[in-house]
Design a protein. Sequence first.
Length: 103
Amino acid sequence: MSLDQATVARIAVLARIKLPEADREKMAKELSGILDWVEMLKELDTSKVEPMTSTVEMVLPQRADKVTDGGYPAAILANATEPVRISNTEEAGGFFTVPKVVE
């Protein structure tokens, strides 16, 4: 795949990289080489290759899923900027009030 200088300039803008015009041709060749290499990888048959997370066979250590801290909501909620309601009932609980971030 061959990239032109205009495409490289657009990629630089999207990546927020300052790329002088003199370097665009060299970068276009380098990026085109990388994309050609990726195209070659598509030709490999990986249907019999097991997915892996590491090059070394290992079992990750697991910890018990238990609550190890808590029981003092008043101390935690003391950091809130807005007044908060603290209740002793588990259903109600104390809450931080935060501004709406989703429209």
